[in-house]
Design a protein around this ligand. Structure first.
Ligand code: FAD
Length: 261
């Protein structure tokens, strides 16, 4: 089984600041981590390799510092890791991100399963996994909470739905996104840490992928962030005094004035 795990390096906090000029994240002074859901994807990829042989490759698109996340993936057991990094990739929306990842996956050749996290901590859209499957023309299963069986070129999984679980079978290759219920990620081993220190992380740019630069990054994005803002919390309270009937009348009056009654 050859497994590709897509992982993204994200700010290790939910209290992100937005640059009002550029509408992008302020990354200075913030520690970056592997997107938490992607650690479950990584663990599942490594477990599949341990059961069925083959190899696990971690793939990430991001700035040069994303190499740190890929080295961490090596310390956690992946066999190889590839970083997609180029100034042309900057400003990508989810479509351009998925297009770039899909182009790299096509270049990588032989694979049986692609595992993504269910969503990221920063972008939070959950769109990249399904978009990848469309671009690679493969079956897709979201919110996988258990891989029950892999045999005869197919796979049976459990996926989480609002009121329980569904059991789904799919032929391979396929794309899945995983939830945190799927496993408990391991900690890096000493051997893994040593291996990651000397790991060579190939860097693929537009030239290596042999793709049209206008299809990636900002120019390949169909969507554009016009404005990002935090919703203002307005909490005005008023206590009505006096007889109960008067209080109810006051309340009704307020609701009518606000167009709510
Ligand atoms: C409308 C819009 C405009 C945007 N514009 C900008 C912009 O101008 N500048 C900017 O910096 N960002 C921008 N972004 C954010 C950027 O699109 C996302 O960082 C990126 O597309 C991934 O989306 P996501 O974080 O929502 O991933 P999700 O879809 O939530 O991720 C699901 C899974 O896909 C995989 N995955 C996601 N991203 C990557 C990756 N980069 N490498 C490997 N695997 C990955 C992971 O397994 C992850 O768990 C924009 C986003 C939107 C929605």
């Amino acid at each position: 089984m050859n497994v590709i795990v897509c992982l993204k390096q994200v700010p290790g906090t939910t209290e992100v600041k937005i640059d009002p000029e550029t509408n992008t994240l302020v990354r200075q002074g913030i520690e970056n981590v592997i997107n938490p859901f992607d650690t479950y994807a990584l663990e599942e990829g490594v477990r599949i390799r341990e059961r069925f042989g083959g190899k696990v490759t971690a793939l990430s698109m991001g700035p040069p510092q994303a190499e740190v996340a890929l080295k961490e993936a090596v310390s956690l057991g992946v066999d190889e890791a590839i970083l997609l990094s180029d100034r042309a990739f900057a400003g990508a929306d989810t479509w351009a991100t998925a297009y770039t990842l899909a182009s790299a996956i096509k270049k990588m050749g032989q694979y049986d399963l692609i595992i993504c996290g269910r969503q990221t901590l920063d972008g939070d859209t959950g769109q990249v996994g399904p978009e990848l499957s469309e671009m690679l023309e493969m079956p897709f299963i979201a919110y996988v909470s258990q891989i029950e069986e892999i045999a005869d070129g197919g796979m049976r999984v459990q996926r989480m739905v609002e009121e329980g679980h569904e059991i789904i079978e799919t032929p391979l290759p396929a794309v899945i996104t995983v939830v945190k219920e799927i496993n408990v990620p391991r900690l890096p081993s000493l051997r893994g840490i040593m291996k990651s220190k000397g790991a060579n992380i190939p860097l693929w740019s537009v030239a290596e992928l042999d793709i049209d630069p206008s299809m990636v990054g900002l120019s390949g994005s169909f969507t554009k962030v016009i404005k990002i803002f935090f919703p203002q919390r307005i909490c005005n309270s008023e206590i009505f005094q006096g007889e109960l009937e008067n209080q109810v009348e006051c309340l009704l009056g307020k609701l009518k004035d606000a167009g709510l009654a």
